[in-house]
Write a protein that binds this ligand. Sequence first.
Ligand code: SAM
Length: 348
Amino acid sequence: MCPFFPSLPQTPMPRMLRVRDGLADGLGRAITYLRVSVTEQCNLACVYCKPRTGCLRTDEAPAMSRNEVVQLVRVFVRLGIRKVRLTGGEPLLRRDLETIIAGISPEVEGRVHLTTNGIHLARRARALRDAGLAGVNVSLDAADRTTFKRLTQRDGLGKVLAGLEAARAAGLKAKLNTVVLRGWNDDQIIPLVRLAQREGFQIRFIEFMPYRENGWDKAQFMPAADILQTIQEGLGADLEEEPTIGLEEGPARLFRIPGSAGRVGVISTLSADFCDRCNRVRLTSRGELKACLFGHQAVDLLEPLRNHASHEDLAQLIRQTLIEKLDCHPMRRGDTPSLTQGMWQVGG
Ligand code: SAM
């Protein structure tokens, strides 16, 4: 029995394959959003992401070529995917990222987004926009230089802030993402909210998720409810919740700060998951389809692609895999929290 998450009754659900005009999983959830990890490499070593016992390789070529990324994305899009997010690892470590974006953007009518740590954003923002990027989520876990360095093992706050400024100047929609670890950066919540308010960015606070060797423990886990309470107490104001938006706009619950145009969000992946509304699947940096972030199943699409599988063969493999997409996190059934691959491979 997992000590942290309540067990759910296991209700048999109807198995379906497709919804009209799109792709659906075995429970009939429409799948419209694809996240692609384009590289395992990263230039930060965030304490909650990097395996404590290992080292991330910085000299390895990406497993998927740019053509392979674009070809696989195309198969998903023809099946019904409407929005694509490129992530990693650190996607801006790929020099051919703009080419990948240019290949994907017309397929999804411009709905290509990027998640980045922002270190190389300042010099790439314009080129990314010109390639067809619509928006960027920048991970920022601290508003002060010392905490940033302690969390990421790099003195990079200035570069990230410059990247945000460049994204704005280039006309890219930019949002901030912050993973909160109690005892590490919970004291940064209010400074980050103020920074976001001042600069006019939406900021979303993300619950610390467990996976392979990332050092997750209950003492560091701060549920969304505590994050919200910290914001309300720190600002001395009651937050006003906004009506829920579609999951395609993200899983965050958004709140308006009274007397300000700013909005803050929380993403409660663990304390109040959104599995029943899940619309997403992932393509790992190694070209495997992962139907669920926390699921153990990963189905290789890259090898069949290299062996000249037809579009229909790949489509069939994807549909088959989605039949088994989980109804909820394994942890909610009492299993130990786990991810067989790191977030840098699966794509956070
Ligand atoms: N390098 C890019 C970046 O930093 O945004 C993209 C990859 S990173 C793995 C993608 C997202 O996953 C980031 O927003 C990061 O904060 C989040 N993430 C990584 N590990 C996490 C964890 N243990 N719990 C919650 N979010 C996590």
